[in-house]
Design a protein around this ligand. Structure first.
Ligand code: AMP
Length: 378
């Protein structure tokens, strides 16, 4: 089994905030970092040892990254699987291209989950106008139409309440191949965050509870405050089964709906560090970013233990509309920590950074502090 000792070079395809936080943790451990991204000023390129400018599908750029790296990983699952397959002939690629093939197509992902017996929303495949109607008959209303590929953070998805809106909804996603899913009136959303090493050992982080606004993660609270011990164990077992069946190496998040009846349904799988695991960077003994690096380099996994209960609030570009946000209010709370990703343009809806808040020493909970910060507009 190939172990990449500290001092080796990790190549990351994609240079966003996940790659940036992986790079910061990896460099602390003595690794060198190379990034392949179209933007050489992007969040990860700013902190990497070298950046290769190129599109993810650019094989010359990918080969140049592989030539200078001991292991390849990803910042997003939207890296073409065939590029990763080809890189696998040169260097270890973790997660494997075969896993990307499954998760980057929502239909293939749902079929994989079905083959594992994992509970999930009712769904059906949409290829044309006829199959759209048939899918609606199977799934019922309300439902959600999602493009098979390239969707994230609610992009490429439309909620549909009535039969009459079917065609418009499909038009809104450019008549692309899609799946239609039952809309779940969930009680809450949680994520199982786990790491799996080269020998199949796993470590679980405290399950996080997630609050989305406009289909995008807004706040994460960990540990999930009201999850029963039975559901907690069930969710971990589901995550473990999925990670093992995939033969995954690295961090993985499994996003779940907790139904109002108290059941679990898998929303989606992310075979990488995940936004709902940002809280681990500061609130846990080993962050999800260090853990991912350890796993893909063949090192022992670190302790995922929670140091203190935590809340993470995402910071979107909208906050910059009247100039710089008021960081002083945030930082006046000693247990609040600011993470900014170095993005130059604060576009509306763009994830610019996050705030991590821990329970403080005076007994004030992270949630109470988060609420006071949130009231001033975060
Ligand atoms: P996704 O990009 O599939 O992770 O969806 C983003 C968010 O949209 C989820 O975290 C949910 O809040 C919401 N969502 C997605 N699918 C469904 C569904 N089938 N029923 C209800 N809400 C959904």
């Amino acid at each position: 089994m190939s172990v990449i000792e500290p001092g080796g070079t990790i190549g990351i395809i994609g240079g966003g905030q996940l790659a940036r936080m992986m790079a910061l943790e990896a460099r602390r451990m003595g690794y060198r970092i190379g990034v392949l991204d179209p933007d050489r000023e992007g969040p990860a390129a700013q902190v990497a040892d070298f950046c290769i400018e190129g599109e993810f599908a650019d094989r010359t750029a990918a080969e140049a990254l592989a030539a200078r790296s001991d292991v390849i990983t990803i910042d997003t699952e939207h890296v073409p699987a065939e590029v990763l397959e080809w890189l696998e002939t040169m260097k270890p690629v973790r997660p494997a291209a075969s896993i990307l093939r499954i998760v980057q197509d929502r239909c293939v992902q749902r079929r994989f989950l079905e083959s594992q017996g994992a509970p999930q929303p009712k769904y059906a495949l949409v290829l044309d106008a006829k199959s759209l109607r048939e899918a609606a008959a199977i799934v019922g209303f309300p439902c959600v139409l999602k493009t098979r590929q390239s969707g994230y953070d609610g992009k490429g998805q439309v909620k549909i309440d009535r039969m009459e809106d079917l065609d418009d909804a499909w038009g809104a996603i450019d008549y692309r191949p899609a799946i239609l899913e039952a809309f779940i009136h969930f009680g809450k959303e949680i994520s199982v965050l786990l790491a799996r090493d080269l020998s199949g050992n796993m470590r679980f982080y405290p399950i996080a509870e997630n609050l989305h606004r406009h289909h995008v993660l807004h706040t994460t609270q960990a540990p999930a405050p009201t999850l029963s011990a039975a559901l907690w164990a069930e969710a971990e077992a589901l995550g473990a089964g999925i990670a093992s069946a995939l033969g995954h190496v690295g961090m993985m998040a499994v996003e779940l709906f907790v139904t109002q009846e108290g059941g679990l349904l898998v929303n989606e799988i992310a075979p990488r560090p995940h936004n709902s695991g940002h809280y681990t960077f500061g609130a846990c003994a080993t962050s999800q970013f260090e853990q991912h690096i350890r796993a893909i380099c063949g090192l022992a996994l670190g302790a995922p233990s929670l140091l203190r209960p935590a809340v993470m609030i995402n910071l979107f570009g909208d906050l910059w509309r009247d100039g710089l946000p008021d960081w002083h209010t945030v930082l006046s709370h000693p247990s609040a920590r600011l993470h900014l990703y170095g993005k130059q343009r604060p576009l509306p809806g763009r994830k610019m950074g996050h705030i991590l808040i821990l329970d403080n020493e005076n007994g004030q909970s992270a949630l109470e502090i988060a609420e006071t910060i949130d009231r001033v507009g975060y």
